[in-house]
Design a protein around this ligand. Sequence first.
Ligand SMILES: Nc1ncnc2c1ncn2[C@@H]1O[C@H](COP(=O)(O)OP(=O)(O)OP(=O)(O)O)[C@@H](O)[C@H]1O
Ligand SMILES: [Mg+2]
Length: 355
Amino acid sequence: MMQETLPQLNPTPGAGHSDANAAAEPLVRIEGLTIGFPDETGERFVPVVEDAGFVVHRNEILGLVGESGSGKTQTSMAILGLTRRPGKVMAGHVIVDGVDVVGLDEAGLRRVRGRKAAMIFQSPRTSLNPLMTVGDQVARVYVRQRGMNRRAARAEALAMLRRVGIAGAERVAGSYPHQLSGGMAQRVMIGMMVACGPDLLIADEPTTGLDVTIQAQIFELIQQVQAEARMSVLLITHDLGVVAETCHRVAVMQGGRVVEIAPVEELFARPRHPYTVRLLGAMLRPDRPSGDTQEPDPLPERLDIEVGGRRYEAVSVDAWAAAGVGLPMTIEVAPGHFVLCHEREDGADAAETER
Ligand SMILES: Nc1ncnc2c1ncn2[C@@H]1O[C@H](COP(=O)(O)OP(=O)(O)OP(=O)(O)O)[C@@H](O)[C@H]1O
Ligand SMILES: [Mg+2]
């Protein structure tokens, strides 16, 4: 059975900004990405991301969600060529603005990092240089990435600190990272990355550890800088409420696989993969009162899908081994809505069997 890759005709989200670029090739195209780590013997690589594929369009915010350990961070690091030993990209392509990052040398990667794609992490303070003032760090980006002189760079750095909502930018520019609150540090980090002028900003759980109100402000800031710079954002988060409010489309990962991709409203209204159903169910079922021992209804591990008269089933990845399923394939169940499925043995042609 042939493995299908994602069709090219994903509709472009972010309706309203239909410029010439919108119909063009997506900014990022990930195909068949497989990343592995050696097992205990060191002889075999065990995949932690397997045959993953999705695109990031220009000028969109794509959410990436999924259980812990499902491969979200590994996938996003691969976009920047940051897969670290002993991990290894075993197969696939990560095409960023026409350049395949897989197998690119350090000089090539330097041209991608910053200008094409930049990343912010969950602990901004550990990503900032503790020995340099905030203003100098942001200014250095303008010197290195934009070739400005120090004076112009300092002025730009101040303007950027204001743009990312830092009050008293002059004073903050003279402070060191340890003097900043977590929220301020993340604002500085976002400013530093936006200063690089990237086409893609990757934000990997950028608000973990921050107060809820500060979290909301950081997501608003990400939306604001995305719209201003018309860049793309890959937003990794566990918070489906944030996805609903912030993202145009969403990709769901389970066990190293991308199991479902759809525009946000479509995914929330009509999830088709059992893992997505479980994920959304957890959001809709808030914690029960303590002492309530009643188990919630078990959620299905497999769901039937019928497209164009052919029958498939979407099976929870953790049940694949037991279910003895064959090769998975990606099926478009509605425009722009893709689900990882298996062909059903019993019903190659639903129309026939029903007759
Ligand atoms: N250095 C390593 N050695 C072995 N396995 C690793 C290593 N780093 C990551 N992994 C494995 O890769 C898998 C994917 O990890 P990844 O960090 O991408 O998950 P994630 O989806 O980002 O999870 P989280 O939501 O917890 O951040 C995990 O099962 C993890 O155990
Ligand atoms: Mg992670």
